[in-house]
Design a binder for this molecule. Structure first.
Ligand SMILES: Cc1cc2nc3c(=O)[nH]c(=O)nc-3n(C[C@H](O)[C@H](O)[C@H](O)COP(=O)(O)OP(=O)(O)OC[C@H]3O[C@@H](n4cnc5c(N)ncnc54)[C@H](O)[C@@H]3O)c2cc1C
Length: 544
């Protein structure tokens, strides 16, 4: 069963050794655990539903609680403290497109807002109900999970959009294919959610981001069905797929999507390379990206992330042994770890590996083989479970990300970490901040920052600490000319920063596009851009 107030399946736990607790305690102080709200207490806080009895709409308290929040830090604070505030009035699980259409029409008749819900893994408040005078209906898409077409000649597969990652891969693997889209939230996130948030998988350097994989599909909008034909390429005006990508539920409900697939790779391995310092690693991955070397993933951790990953890994003996060996070889405090993947036909993957190793060598990289890569692969979807154990030990953890041209990568990464650190000083608290380059391109890279801090006994105080760090970092991203999100999307947490990136005319184009298919503003109001709907100004609260 899925955790109602944390990450993932209840029976899965991140192995957190005592040495990891001491490591954190030494750096930011002992954790300050506070009592969480119980499920029973949280259920008591849910007001009566404002929806009339509707076919296929469930109004049980537990359903409304399970669809009230996603996975952002404010969502965690709300769920753990029981101060959730706003809930959907009903939840529906349509089983086909006809039911989706009927629910949309029913919501229109009842002047209800509608929130499409995939896996609920949003980390920026995408699926949180608005505080509005009118009822909110959440449409959980996870029963639309079938493979409905496979064109092996064109390597295209059509799925219902609520299919979660593992189910999608299971159905494709059975036929010898893969999509290869692996966000870290893979276990729970869905195809429709990936499209609606412009998601990026860990190996998107090889398989492509979701915008490269999404070939066409269908969406039900308040004004009717939007059909996006599947074409390899087209010069017939602006590409409407690009409007649906990143639409965050504002344009309609994506019901089916055709994606570009590949045969299951013949060969795959991940390699661990140490660099003596960050700058050398950044130069190496830039060269690999700019020379078009066909690796499947490049993830370069900075020195602090390298140290923290090893400290929290639970492999004390291995880490001690590696530390001793690395120091002897001259890789000291500043060492940075690169994990890169080689995936595909055996011969092409081997070529890519050799080219990447040759480039890393010229930048002082030390190849440690596949041991670290194997550990990374084993824990690639386990790492998010660390959030549960950290919270229970009294620490909160959040991540943020951006992408910018290579010229800005090193200064922006430094400025981000400095700003996050400095913004906690007013609370007399320390933040433990580290970063990696998660995705690289010929012209730039994405920087992914993780920050850990002690939570306070008062949930509002925890939220104030988070808010200070998050806004300081967002201001740095704007000042450096980066995007407010490389992969997590906009939701509510980034909405205030979007106009700086799109400009006033661009924002108006987005609003008008939404208005064309949703004149009453019923679709996921308040996300992507703040708006007035016919029901009055919509406000979304992060906490009571
Ligand atoms: C631990 C963790 C790790 C993560 N790692 C990554 C990562 O590596 N890469 C990455 O890109 N993201 C990552 N994310 C963010 C998140 O998983 C993605 O944004 C994901 O694409 C959301 O998919 P979902 O199905 O959970 O959508 P939800 O969270 O349910 O919804 C997200 C948005 O999509 C809309 N939506 C969902 N389904 C539909 C549909 N069928 N039609 C129309 N709109 C729809 C919703 O209305 C909402 O606006 C991570 C999140 C967590 C918690």
């Amino acid at each position: 069963m899925r955790r109602w107030n944390g990450w993932g399946e209840e029976h899965t736990h991140y192995p957190f050794p005592d040495s990891a607790a001491s490591y954190l305690s030494d750096r930011i102080g002992p954790g300050t655990p506070a009592l969480d709200s119980t499920l029973e207490q949280s259920l008591k806080g849910i007001p009566a539903s404002r929806l009339p009895d509707l076919p296929n709409v469930r109004t049980e308290l537990i359903e409304r609680l399970l669809h009230a929040r996603g996975q952002s830090l404010p969502d965690w604070v709300a769920l753990r403290s029981g101060k959730i505030g706003v809930f959907p009035d009903g939840v529906a699980y349509p089983e086909d497109e006809t039911q989706v259409r009927a629910l949309l029409d029913e919501a229109m008749r009842n002047h209800a807002s509608l929130i499409p819900f995939g896996g609920g893994t949003s980390v920026v408040g995408h699926i949180n109900p608005p505080e509005a005078d009118t009822p909110v209906l959440t449409i959980d898409m996870t029963k639309l999970n079938r493979l409905i077409g496979l064109d092996e000649t064109s390597r295209l597969a059509t799925f219902e959009a609520g299919v979660p990652g593992p189910e999608l891969e299971r159905q494709l693997n059975a036929k010898g294919y893969t999509l290869g889209h692996y966000p870290q939230s893979f276990e729970l996130s869905t195809l429709g959610g990936w499209i609606a948030t412009r998601s990026s998988g860990q190996q998107s350097y090889h398989y492509g981001r979701i915008e490269d994989l999404f070939a066409g599909g269908r969406a039900e909008t308040p004004s009717g069905r939007l059909e996006l034909p599947v074409l390899p390429a087209s010069a017939a005006g602006p590409d409407l797929r690009q409007l649906l990508l990143g639409s965050e539920g504002r344009l309609g409900i994506i019901t089916q999507a055709t994606v570009r697939i590949r045969p299951i790779p013949e060969y795959e391995a991940f390699y661990g390379i140490f660099f003596p310092e960050w700058e050398a690693g950044v130069e190496a991955v830039r060269q690999i990206a700019q020379e078009g070397v066909g690796t499947s993933m490049l993830r370069l951790s900075n020195a602090r992330e390298t140290e923290t990953t090893l400290a929290l890994s639970g492999k004390e003996e291995l880490v001690r042994w590696a530390d001793r060996g690395l120091r002897i070889l001259g890789f000291g405090e500043g060492r940075c770890l690169l994990v890169f993947g080689a995936t595909g036909r055996a011969e092409t993957a081997r070529q890519a590996k050799l080219q990447a190793l040759s480039i890393t060598r010229t930048h002082g990289g030390l190849n440690t083989g596949v041991t670290i890569g194997k550990l990374w692969r084993k824990s690639r979807f386990l790492t998010p479970y660390l959030r549960n154990v950290l919270w229970e030990r009294g620490y909160a953890v959040d991540t943020l990300e951006t992408a910018l041209p290579w010229r800005q990568v090193i200064p922006a990464a430094a400025a981000l970490q400095k700003a996050i650190h400095a913004s906690l000083e007013q609370f007399n608290e320390e933040a433990w901040v580290f970063a990696h380059l998660s995705h690289v391109y010929a012209d730039g890279a994405s920087i992914y920052v993780t920050y850990l801090f002690r939570r306070a006994a008062d949930p509002e105080e925890t939220l104030r600490r988070w808010s200070a760090m998050k806004s300081a970092a967002s201001r740095v991203i704007l000042a450096q000319g980066g995007t407010i999100s490389h992969q997590h999307g906009v939701g509510i947490d980034h909405a205030a920063y979007l106009p700086a990136e799109k400009g006033p005319l661009g924002m108006e184009m987005l609003r008008q596009a939404a208005r064309a298919v949703d004149p009453d503003g019923m679709m996921n109001p308040g996300k992507l851009f703040e708006d007035k709907t016919v029901h009055g100004y919509v406000r979304i609260k992060n906490s009571q």
